[in-house]
Design a protein around this ligand. Sequence first.
Ligand code: FEO
Ligand code: CA
Ligand code: CA
Ligand code: CA
Length: 526
Amino acid sequence: MENVDLNRRKFVQFMGGAAALAQSSLLTSCATGTNYKVDKTVTPKRSDEVELSYGLTYDLVVKWGDQINSKGDTFGFNNDYLAFTPIEGKDDEAILWANHEAPSPMFVGGYDGKRRTKSQVDKERYSVGGSLVKIVKGCCGKWEVDSDSEYGRRLTATTPIPYSNNETIKGKKTAIGTLANCAGGVTPWGNILTCEENYENFYGEYFYKEKKKKRAAYGWDKFYNLHPYQYGWVVEVNPFTGEAKKHTGIGRYSHECATCVKASDGRTVVYSGDDRDNEHIYKFISKKEGSLSEGELFVADIKNGKWLSLDINKNETLKQNFKTQLDLLIDTRAAAKMVGATPCDRPEDIEIQPGTANVFVALTNNKRKGNYHGSILRISEKDGDFLSMEFSANDFVVGGEKSGFSCPDNLAFDKNDNLWMVTDISGGSIGKPPYESFGNNGLFYIPMKGPNSGKAFQVGSAPFDAEFTGICFSPDFKTLFLSVQHPGEKSKDLKNLRSNWPDGGENIPRPSVIQVYGPLLDKLMS
Ligand code: FEO
Ligand code: CA
Ligand code: CA
Ligand code: CA
């Protein structure tokens, strides 16, 4: 499957500079139950390779264009969120879900920046959505794709997906496709939640109470007249059947993620952020156990530590401005502002620390407000109760030169309650002021206990223009699955490629899923 120089990527060791040595000496006693010392962290890199700390190595799992089933379906573009579903009774077979966020018109359809064709757009429509891929543990414990499996499926921008709870939007009970699939979550019953984030780039958007349509950056609306209200939702997918539905109750906005937790009474609480400057953090509480079809949506008033209801029947202003609860949910952002929600600096991923029940929110940046490096916000629900309407919040870590990272994005907790984080300095900003010192985007490990609690240690560096996304551990924590998204995205044309990862040579870059493993990971998980 691979056509790469394996020696380049195996056990890459970094002697680094003074910064690396200073960092490495700090990384002691970081894993619960061990006194393990990481010999080398990664100093910020500017290279076209996945570079990892000594003791970590990686192999490809699947890349854009790989066959995933016997019908000939192929893995989509720009993979982001990953979720691992074990196949019952087997520890060496699983279904891996991957979101496919956005196309590169140049790489996917051959768009030359001049003439846009329907056939190019059709290729792009196939490249987004999600993939279900059967993976099996093969030689030496490495995961490989079963390219003929019946579990291999694609959801694309053309897959019909009904709204849950029998809702009708613009006269239709079914949306055409899913797109802009960024991060996600897993329900307590094992279904995948995939989140439609920057949906307005595909078919545009109507602003609240305005008739004017916002232009769609990808220009699909030139060839397909699909209403933007079909997108911006959280989509639930059964990983075994591919059956999907769009949940209206969780609201419509640029959903980064949908992080689920089971409340004390069995209902499900879903935390989600709206990744746009000055937008908000939300939580949804389901009405019933085992279903997200109905429930109540709340938005965070961080200053006063209160969750504010977005139920039209509980607020006069909401009642005056919206005809129905569904109208309100379609314009969730406008409703949130009416009740006094706190503007945030682009909420990205949200994770709940299993040992404390604290909720961590990556606030990636807000350049318009002069916040270039972002932070991670820690929310503590009153009495640790996810159903509570009150909480306290404070900065857990703040990005910048001192902390050594910038623009936090996806998060994940490991089996020892320690935090893993990836960063997303945008492709056009990497290496430029004020981001020069951070190198390419990175993978970081943040101990949550001991003398290094809250310190970020860089353990991985991404290829040119890429970000790591979709941090996902296998159930035995021996493998860390990672997406490598948009390598070489700033390439001017196909003759001036900024990245050739992962195939090297003169090959075009291909977004891929990698598996990271090795003695360092084993030590940190012991
Ligand atoms: Fe797709 Fe907010 O990242
Ligand atoms: Ca993200
Ligand atoms: Ca996550
Ligand atoms: Ca981001």
